[in-house]
Structure formats: C-alpha cells, structure tokens
Design a protein around this ligand. Structure first.
Ligand code: GLN
Length: 447
C-alpha cells in the first residue's frame, strides 16, 4: 500500500531519489513468514523507513543527490544502518536532499526538487527535505536525516514533523558522507516525539570507527518522557522572538511559553547577544571542513569520472567541474580560500575563536536554565524559487539552528502552530550536552 502511495504522491513531492521496491517486498515477505511462525524479533519488525541519501546503505544506491555519486553502490553499511537493520525494519528507499547536504530548501539536489506536502508551492526545507516531506506525507513513519547547521530541524519545522539533532558524539558518523565533520550529526525525523525518542534509542551509542562517538551511556529516552515539568527553568532569548523573526512565528512560540508555564515550569527572558556571530562562524568553519572532506572525489577512487582527460590534473578538474553542482563548488571555493596561507589567521582562526565565544555564551545560559526555547526558523516555509537568487539570505536564515551545531548541544524541532498561509511553525528546544531525555520530556507535552 505504501508503494502505491509513493507511486501516486511522490511524482509531485519528489521525496525519494531511489525507491527500493524489489528488495523491500522481498524483505517484507520474509518478515511475513517469520511472523506466521510467531518469530517476530526486533523493535522495528516490519516497520517501513526512509533514509537520507548521504547515509550509506550496503548495495543500495547512495548518491548524496549529486552527479558525482550518480552510480555509487556502497560496499558496507553506515553504523546507524547496522543498528537499525538489527531490528528488522523495511527500507523503502533513499530520501532526496540538497547536494552533499548543502542548502536549506532542497533546491540544490542534482536530480529534482522536493515539494512541501502541506502546500506544494512551498519548499520542504533542507537539506534533509526529502526525509521530512516523506514523513509528513505519511509515506514512511520515520526517516533519518543529517544535521550540520540545521538540516534535520529546519525541514522538520517547515513540514510539521519532529526532528532531533542529538548531542555531537551521541550517534556514530561512520558511514555518513562527511560534510563538516566537527558539526555533522545524524538524527531521526518522525511524526511524533515518542517515535523520535525510540529511534534515537536504537541508533545512539559509541562505535570504534568514529573516534568522536561517546562511550555508551545506557539511556532510555522513553523512560522519563512523561515526567512532570514542575520547577523546570526555561530560557527564552530576546533575540529569538524580536527583530528579524516573523510575527506569526514569534506569536506561536509565545503561546508555547504559556503552555510550559501552565505545566509548572518557569520561563524567563534572557539575552544571547553573541548570536550575531553564529552565521559567519558557521559558514567559514563548515565550508573549510567541506573543502577538505570533498577532496576525496577526484575521479580516481570512486564516483563520477570525466571522459577525455589527457593528464591527471585535467582528470581532476574535469571530473570535479562536471560532478559537483554550483552550491557545492561555492562552498569548496570559500573553504579553500579561508584555509589558504595568508587568510587562515584572518578567517579560519577567528571563526574558531568565535565558536568558543558562542559556546561560552550558551553554557552561561544553561548554567541557570534547564533548556532554551525559541522558534526553529525565522519564517515558515517559503515558495519554491523565492530565495534561489539570494544565497546570503538563505545562509542568514540558519541563524536559529546553527548554535546547537557549533556547541554540540542537542536540539529538537516540534510543531507548535500554523501560519495564516497554513504552513507549519516549529519550536526548538535546546538542552545541555547529553540532555536529550530532558528535551524529549518537554517536547512530549505538546503532543
Ligand atoms: N543550511 C545549512 C547549510 O547549507 C545547513 C546544512 C546542514 O545542516 N547540512 O550549510
């Protein structure tokens, strides 16, 4: 039935780059047999799932929405795939995204755009736009995305679903095609908070092939999901609801504040003035790391290889010129410039210093408060094509999601209202490192 839905709906939505029908039907039949023998084993037994196309899946096409990896069939599974597969889900296909996870509207996919299921004139957000749209349209109950500067939370917000960016190190990045390694985290997109906590339970944990994954802390995010909020202290930064924030968005968050207060929490205004630095720091650091990570796509080892090159250097140049899209090239150029002798101190080092300043500012707030709330995005979803010529504005739009990546803190986006154009509005809850359980607890109050 879901494949029929995908056939019917996804023609318009474009949320899948690859539909895994043949293998999925085989796997479903195998699980049916097991069920008939009363051998249902696994927490996700028979549950369909989508996976963002930058998470590698053994033998299953993984393109990162790039021409560079148009025919790439990985020879191993990402850690998160191993963990999920152990629970017997059914992989429905790979979700569309911005090329190499660079973007916020899904308009940077080499293959096709994704449309927002709430309003097909609108973008679904990005870069995990296919994952968010597929979940919102009911094509899969969950998908995984990746979040480097907001790519799970922002599309979750635009599509009215729940998206979590876990603490840096909570989930292994092994097998996630790297964009900016010090910022990337994999996170679940689901229709409700409980499912989200459940999926994070299954994918978190240390892994010996990701040196930044944290030692296992046995934790069940569902255990305290129902707990009382009495006495919790929540911060609402002035900067999150004042200048530059759409009025309907600010209003929806202020209404959510009342809900928290009715539940016995105290919500106080604070100042997070260093937020003015986050966009510059992020785009310098993320682009620097990307320029280094993407150096591996050289036409030799894997991926696209240009025809007709006569020298090795020409092969590199032609391959990369043909294989990468415009936004990816822009980031590589920016990153290479920032890291080059003569500019390194002026840009890269200063961006790293700003990162520390921002972290100190957030930690100061979280010394006095349990959580920080605010909108996930400055506006609800906008129209397809509306911002395509204004890259700088699109970069600036990431201001509210970037802090969690620069600091490594966990943050969730949950639906908290709809705009007058009937487009979803998302609220973001950020917590201290490894405080996902507390975040889920607060978020669950809104179901
Ligand atoms: N929109 C941001 C960017 O383009 C975030 C992307 C992400 O989180 N992968 O870099």
């Amino acid at each position: 039935a879901l494949f029929e839905d995908i056939d019917k709906i996804d023609e318009t939505l474009g949320s899948f780059l690859f539909v895994n029908k043949e293998d999925a039907m085989k796997e479903a039949a195998r699980l049916d047999d097991l069920q008939a023998q009363d051998q249902m084993d696994g927490e996700l037994f028979g549950i369909p799932m989508g996976i963002k196309d930058n998470i590698i899946t053994k033998g299953v096409l993984t393109t990162c929405a790039s021409r560079m990896l148009e025919d790439f069939h990985p020879i191993y599974d990402a850690t998160v795939m191993e963990k999920l597969n152990a629970e017997s889900p059914v992989l429905m296909g790979k979700n569309n995204m911005d090329e190499f996870a660079m973007g916020g509207s899904n308009e940077n996919s080499y293959f096709k755009n994704v449309r927002n299921p709430w309003d097909t004139d609108a973008v679904p957000g990005g870069s995990s736009g296919g994952s968010a749209a597929a979940v919102a349209a009911g094509l899969v109950p969950f998908s995984l995305g990746s979040d480097t500067g907001g790519s799970v939370r922002q599309p979750a917000s635009f599509c009215g679903v729940v998206g979590m960016k876990p603490t840096y190190g909570r989930v292994s990045r092994y097998g996630l095609v790297a964009f900016a390694s010090s910022l990337d985290q994999i996170g679940p997109l689901t229709r409700n908070v409980r499912d989200n906590a459940k999926i994070l339970n299954l994918i978190s944990g240390t892994h010996n092939k990701d040196a930044t994954s944290m030692p296992d802390v046995e934790e069940d995010f569902l255990k305290s999901i129902d707990a009382d909020l009495t006495g919790k202290k929540i911060a609402l930064p002035d900067e999150y609801v004042e200048e530059g924030i759409d009025e309907e968005v600010a209003e929806a968050v202020k209404n959510a504040v009342k809900v928290f207060e009715d539940l016995g929490a105290t919500v106080e205004r604070v100042s997070f003035s260093d937020i003015k630095y986050v966009v510059s720091a992020y785009y310098l650091i993320a682009s620097s790391e990307a320029s280094s990570n993407l150096a591996r796509f050289d036409g030799i080892r894997f991926g696209h290889r240009a025809e007709g090159a006569e020298t090795l250097e020409e092969l590199y140049k032609k391959t990369r010129a043909e294989g990468f899209g415009e936004e990816v090239k822009r980031r590589i150029l920016l990153g290479t410039f920032v890291l080059s002798a003569g500019h390194y101190d002026q840009y890269y080092i200063r961006a790293q210093k700003l990162r520390s300043v921002i972290e100190a500012d957030m930690e100061r707030i979280l010394e006095d408060y349990d959580m920080i709330i605010g909108p996930t995005t400055t506006t609800p979803a906008y129209d397809l094509g509306e911002k395509i010529d204004d890259k700088l504005q699109m970069y600036k739009d990431d201001i509210l999601t970037i802090p969690a990546n620069l600091t490594g803190m966990p943050a969730i986006s949950i639906p908290c209202g709809v705009s007058s154009k009937n487009r979803p509005i998302g609220m973001q809850i950020t917590g201290r490192h490894f405080a996902e359980a507390e975040i889920y607890n607060a978020a669950y109050k809104f179901e």
